[in-house]
Design a protein around this ligand. Structure first.
Ligand SMILES: Nc1ncnc2c1ncn2[C@@H]1O[C@H](COP(=O)(O)OP(=O)(O)OP(=O)(O)O)[C@@H](O)[C@H]1O
Ligand SMILES: [Mg+2]
Length: 234
């Protein structure tokens, strides 16, 4: 895990000296447990890049391609709740990812674009590895095969306590029910508190071990979080 903003020379994809971006783009991934603020912060970051005249490509996992969105619907379909095996879940996630990398991410990076992705294979390590206890050798092999060696340049890890995540989800569900009458089944109840505790610990250990992880205290105000992210990526 990194703690200080990188200096310009140390960037994975350095810029040319006159300030124009080098040919290759930057691959930025947002990670963390549910409701840690990924969507909120990705939008705020994208606005900052746009204000500077850059046009980041925003993607989400699973999904981001026509094939991937169909897989996403399958994965999120509550009628399969409790039916889908962890192995099938792992392979579907990675099928979506393999398509996204080849159809969208790699071509965009090759054109020099900034790509911002909401979750990547680190989530699979946290959810399917730590959360569902799938065997590490199989999980790592499938992940590697899916991404074909494409790691992120920066992983912005929004770290919030599990209790904060649960409170935010409850607030969001109440709001949806009050305004639109939509009742969303609670993801914490679906998989259980212990599962989410394992996922939480998974992200913590990824943050300790991975050199591309940047930990941000996501429990701060939206503005403060956005500022800290910008200091790393600007
Ligand atoms: N810094 C913050 N402080 C307090 N609440 C926040 C903060 N950032 C986001 N929120 C609120 O928390 C909820 C979850 O935020 P958001 O949807 O951005 O998280 P997420 O990580 O994308 O969630 P999901 O895992 O469901 O996709 C939203 O209601 C949002 O308004
Ligand atoms: Mg989100």
């Amino acid at each position: 895990m990194q703690t200080d903003p990188p200096n310009r020379e140390n960037r994975v994809h350095a810029e040319t000296t006159d300030g124009t971006p080098a040919a290759k783009g930057r691959f930025i991934v947002f990670e963390g447990i549910e409701a840690c603020g990924k969507t909120t912060q990705i939008e705020l970051l994208a606005e900052r890049f746009r204000a500077r005249g850059q046009d980041p490509l925003i993607l989400r996992e699973p999904g981001g391609t026509e094939i991937g969105e169909k897989i996403r619907n399958l994965l999120k379909d509550s009628s399969y709740l409790g039916q889908m095996s962890p192995e099938a879940e792992l392979l579907l996630m990675n099928a979506s990812r393999a398509q996204l990398v080849r159809e969208v991410i790699r071509p965009a990076l090759d054109k020099g674009r900034i790509v911002i992705c909401d979750r990547y294979f680190y989530s699979t390590i946290a959810y399917q590895g730590f959360g569902r206890s799938l065997p590490w050798d199989a999980l790592n092999a499938v992940n590697r095969f899916a991404v074909g060696g494409l790691d992120a340049d920066f992983v912005i890890f929004l770290d919030i306590p599990l209790e904060e995540s649960w409170e935010r989800l409850c607030r969001r569900n109440e709001e949806l029910f009050r305004t639109l009458g939509i009742q969303i089944s609670d993801r914490f109840e679906e998989s259980g508190w212990l599962f989410h505790e394992r996922v939480y610990k998974g992200f913590q250990s990824l943050a300790e071990e991975s050199p591309v992880f940047w930990r941000i205290n996501g429990a701060q105000s939206r503005e403060k979080v956005a500022e800290e992210i910008w200091n790393i990526l600007k």
